[in-house]
Each structure stands twice: as structure tokens, then as C-alpha cells.
Design a protein around this ligand. Structure first.
Ligand code: F3S
Length: 393
């Protein structure tokens, strides 16, 4: 891989160990994927912030980097942590909270924005055509497919290294020739809820693996529906972007596989992500991926004048940014007995330590992961049904 003189000097350690190790990570990755050079990025987004998913060893690496003056050189944001200090922090062991805090401290020392969200695109506008190094898979698909930015799906370490160097190897979907669709999908069903878009994502992710689809029949999808579709696509498969046809200004690709998705495929996917028949879930969770301002308002409208049922928890997860922007909606949700949790999500927290055995959600991504990551039974249903299950009237 071609390196500039400055990049070579960094690789030789002339700008310190932190930059040297980060440059080596990027060069190794670039060589692995036959990149010819590094390209500048406008932002990096690091996953692997939750102590639940990270564990102890990476914390030591983060501390070593911070001790060696590792500093982000571009805008650098963080994925959700495992607890929020206001609610879950008071319910979980002090030792877990301290370990989580230790991770956040290291990122803070390195100049990362304590965004703690999987929707960093709600914090600051992402420019069309900009190159990014983002590691949260749902955000990667959204950035490539909806925002028109260019990013591979980074791992936690490579996004961290890119944040410190300010560059990423030029391979994968940073290159125009790799952003062409490799499959055409016809959706022969009028999808009616965010949950059905999520189910479409899970269904397609399994078939497509890493091939970019051009999806026809989703012209009516809202940005929230597309967010659910992308998050789910990236959960069951390795797809990093989709295109919408036929309104996108590109020709119909030739010689690619055609896939049809019928109403029965959506229904059977939703059924397969519902593993219990109980009508009384321990937790009703919305906000995967983290809620936008519009979604907060929508939830507040739906729960106004209602009360959460005794024995049920109702969580809405979002970023601190959106929570502060939408104070009025937050107050309505909290007055109803719900909890608006900022900077955290169900999947990366220890719900099993809180005795939660059944989770109802409108997110196909959460329903896909919760049986393994939360050891919980799941019910997947649209927002309105989730609210009916959580509230008395
Ligand atoms: Fe975000 Fe957690 Fe879902 S990180 S995409 S809310 S699993």
C-alpha cells in the first residue's frame, strides 16, 4: 500500500506509540483488502463502548492509548454504553458501573464526543459523499443508503485507529465500483409498519449475505422505516448498503440475481422473531436504533394520559442529545411511568440481571439479538401494539 512520507514516519513511531499502533492497524487492514492508499475521513464512530460487550482486556488497551497521548483528530463519536447513570446505574452493581465509567474516561481523555448513541447522524449533519469510518452496523447502512455518505463497516479497533489518524484504507464501498447493486429485490407486499420493514431486513440479510440490493417496492418508506430496514439487514447479514429503485437515477443493473419477497415471508419472519406467546412481557422496549426527535414526539402522543402496567417496564432509548431536545415529550413519557434512557440500549445492557425474561419490541434487530445477548424471550410487534401491551389504557 502506498504511504505518504508523513504516514511512513508515523508508522516508524516518529509521532509516538499511540499514532504508530493506530497507523499499523490501518495499514494491516488496507493490505488485507488490497487498498492502494489511505483516504481522509470526516468522522469516525466507534462501537464496543459497552463494558458488557467489551470486557476487561480492551479497557487496558484504551488506557495505554490514552496514556500515550492518543487523540482523535477528526470528529469521533461513541456507541451506547451498558447503563445510564440515572436509572440502570442505580439498579446494577456498583462494580459494573465503575468498570463502565473507566472505559468512558479513556475515550474522554482521547477527545471522543460522549455521544453514546448508535444514531450519530441525528447529532450533526453528515455530508453527502463524505468518507467516514463508522463501526455501528445500523449506522453504516443508514449512512451509505439514506445519507449518501461512504463508509465500510469498521470493527471497533479500526474505527478507533481511524479516529486517531483521521484516515481509512481506500477499499470496499469507499470505491464507486463496489457500490453497484448485485441483486434486485421486488417487495410484493405493502409494508405497513417499522416492524415489517425490519422483518424485510432480517429476511433479506440472510439471503444476500454481503451483496448490495436494489430494493423495489419501498417507495413509501419513511426515514424511520429505512432505519429499521438497514439495522435489520446488517444484523442477519453483512450488507452495508441498499439502493432504492426505481427512483434512484441509475440504470437497472443486468445479470444480477432477482429476489421476490412476499407478504408470507414478512409474516413468517415476524413469527420467527416472536419466541413467546405471553401477553405480559417484563420489558417493552422501543428505541433500537436510538429514537429520533420525531419518534420521541410520536411515542409521547401515544402514551399521553396512559399509565404503565404494574409489573411491566417501558423503556425508550435515545441519545442525550435527543433527550434534551425533546424535554416535553420526555416528561410525558416519564409521567406515564415509562423511562427515557439516554446513551444506553437494552441489547448492550444487563437486562437478565434485572430479572427481565421477556422483551417486547418494535425493533427486528433487538428481537434478533435478545434471545442470545439478553437471554430473553421476545415478541416483535409495531409500536402501537407495544404501547397497548405496556399501558393500562
Ligand atoms: Fe443501537 Fe442498541 Fe439497537 S446499539 S442499533 S439500540 S442494539
Amino acid at each position: 500500500m502506498y504511504l505518504t512520507k508523513e504516514e511512513e514516519h508515523i508508522c516508524e513511531g516518529e509521532q509516538g506509540w499511540a499514532k504508530q499502533i493506530c497507523m499499523k492497524i490501518l495499514v494491516r487492514l488496507g493490505e488485507l483488502f488490497n487498498a492502494e492508499k489511505l483516504i481522509p475521513i470526516s468522522s469516525a464512530h466507534v462501537s464496543g463502548v459497552s463494558y458488557k460487550t467489551l470486557g476487561d482486556a480492551p479497557t487496558e488497551f484504551l488506557k495505554a492509548l490514552a496514556d500515550a497521548q492518543g487523540k482523535a483528530t477528526v470528529r469521533a463519536t461513541l456507541n451506547p454504553q451498558s447503563l445510564d447513570p440515572e436509572y440502570l446505574g442505580k439498579k446494577l452493581d456498583a462494580e459494573l458501573c465503575e468498570k463502565q465509567l473507566k472505559i468512558l474516561r479513556q475515550f474522554e481523555r482521547m477527545g471522543f464526543t460522549q455521544s453514546l448513541t448508535c444514531t450519530p447522524y441525528y447529532l450533526e449533519k453528515t455530508k453527502r459523499g463524505s468518507h467516514l469510518a463508522w463501526a455501528e452496523s445500523s449506522a453504516v447502512v443508514y449512512a451509505n443508503s439514506v445519507l449518501g455518505a461512504w463508509t465500510n463497516r469498521e470493527g471497533g479497533p479500526s474505527a478507533l485507529a481511524a479516529a486517531i489518524i483521521g484516515k481509512t484504507p481506500d477499499y470496499g464501498i469507499h470505491r464507486a465500483e463496489n457500490r453497484q447493486p448485485k441483486a434486485i429485490v421486488h417487495v410484493n407486499d405493502h409494508l405497513q409498519s417499522e416492524t415489517e420493514y425490519g422483518a424485510l431486513g432480517i429476511c433479506l440479510g440472510k439471503i444476500l449475505e454481503d451483496r448490495i440490493p436494489m430494493i423495489w417496492g419501498i417507495e413509501k418508506a419513511s426515514e424511520n422505516d429505512l432505519k429499521q430496514l438497514g439495522a435489520a439487514l446488517a444484523s442477519s447479514g453483512m450488507v452495508n448498503m441498499f439502493q432504492r429503485g426505481p427512483q434512484d437515477p441509475i440504470k437497472k443493473p443486468r445479470n444480477v440475481q432477482t429476489i421476490s419477497v412476499e407478504a408470507r415471508d414478512i409474516k413468517s419472519t415476524i413469527d420467527s422473531l416472536t419466541t413467546t406467546s405471553t401477553s405480559k412481557p417484563d420489558l417493552v422496549f422501543v428505541g433500537c436504533p436510538h429514537c429520533s426527535s420525531d419518534e420521541m414526539e410520536q411515542i409521547a402522543r401515544l402514551v399521553e394520559d396512559k399509565k404503565v402496567k404494574t409489573g411491566t417496564e417501558f423503556w425508550v432509548c435515545t441519545s442525550r442529545h435527543v433527550k434534551e431536545l425533546k424535554r416535553e415529550s420526555v416528561e410525558i413519557i416519564e409521567r406515564s411511568g415509562g423511562h427515557v434512557l439516554a446513551g444506553v440500549c437494552t441489547v448492550v445492557s444487563w437486562t437478565e440481571k434485572l430479572g427481565i425474561k421477556t422483551i417486547m419490541t418494535n425493533s427486528a434487530k433487538t428481537a434478533y439479538y435478545a434471545p442470545t445477548l439478553n437471554k430473553a424471550q421476545t415478541i416483535l410487534a409495531p409500536l402501537e401494539d407495544c404501547i397497548k401491551a405496556a399501558f393500562r389504557r
